[in-house]
Design a protein around this ligand. Structure first.
Ligand code: MEV
Length: 289
């Protein structure tokens, strides 16, 4: 029996712009998904297409048990985390010998198949390696970890990443002279924010600018606007949509003392608040009883 876990992720900066080769920063966050795999003569049928994809990829059969601390369908990378944790647990239980890079790339292949070609390499990379990651075009580089107090607000409004990415693409085709400068500006915000990790007020200011630019791209939602405004009013340094938008989640950077106040403000908007910080571990073996 082998139990592995993988973290969720948030985009700190640059979602949507990364699709057009601009820089972005994503970070692994603490709620994790735990997956136990066991060799078994009577394997249980996996209910998830991601888990089925993992067993098919590895060419074995076994039983699987999933325990998730990560809200699903919230833009926090839960499908990537479950895929990476399952592949890692199968790899261990059946002594297959995949490297971390191979796990990340197999997980991306599975996500891409299940999501009909629309997967993000960022989600599977962050779930596998953890920490903070700078995305530039096709390359990804881990940045020195920074401990920050974040509150995630899950709007509970369902959304589709593929739909939102398609919508931004259509808008760009229709208004390239407007949309391209917005994407460039998001890239500039990311690069400027990289120098302000130790200055939370400035960092928060860049988050607010990034949020406004995402709204200009048309990926806002009234429920997300409400959460962002509530978080700022409760004392956050800054708040923005995280991920594809149109629903899903926001993140707020908070002074330590304001974390619970910001979480309360988010929950009073009928949303779910998750207090979190960076998770420097990626896929990790857990002790099994
Ligand atoms: C979704 O979490 C982030 C997007 O930039 C899509 C992607 O990076 O693949 C909208």
């Amino acid at each position: 029996m082998a139990t592995w876990s993988a973290p969720g992720k948030v985009f700190l900066f640059g979602e949507h712009a990364v699709v057009y080769g601009k820089p972005g920063v994503a970070m692994a966050i603490k709620p994790r998904i735990y997956v136990t795999v066991r060799k078994s003569r009577n394997p249980t049928r996996a209910k998830s297409p991601y888990i089925e994809g993992c067993f098919r990829e590895m060419g074995v059969r076994g039983s699987v048990y999933v325990r998730s601390m990560l809200p699903s369908s919230s833009g926090l990378g839960s499908s990537a985390a479950v895929t990476v944790a399952t592949l890692s647990a199968i790899n261990d239980e059946f002594r297959i010998g995949y490297s971390r890079d191979e796990i990340a790339s197999a997980a991306y292949g599975i996500e891409k198949k299940v999501q009909k070609g629309k997967a993000s390499t960022t989600d599977t990379y962050v779930a596998t390696f953890g920490g903070m990651v700078l995305i530039t075009g096709d390359s990804k580089r881990r940045l020195p970890p920074v401990n920050m107090h974040l509150v995630v607000g899950c709007s509970q409004v369902s959304h589709s990443t593929a739909k939102m990415v398609g919508q931004v693409g259509d808008m760009r085709n229709k208004h390239p002279g407007i949309v391209n400068p917005i994407l460039d500006a998001i890239g500039e915000v990311t690069m400027s924010a990289l120098h302000t990790f130790a200055k939370p007020k400035e960092f928060g200011c860049y988050m607010d600018i990034n949020h406004a630019l995402l709204e200009a791209l048309g990926v806002g939602h009234p429920a997300l606007t409400r959460l962002v405004l509530a978080a700022r009013a409760a004392g956050a340094y800054g708040a923005k949509i995280t991920g594809a938008g149109g629903g899903g989640s926001i993140i707020a950077l908070c002074p330590k003392r304001a974390k619970s106040r910001v979480a309360g403000a988010i929950e009073s908007c009928d949303a779910r608040a998750v207090l979190t910080t960076i998770d420097t571990d990626g896929a990790r073996k857990e002790r099994t009883a």
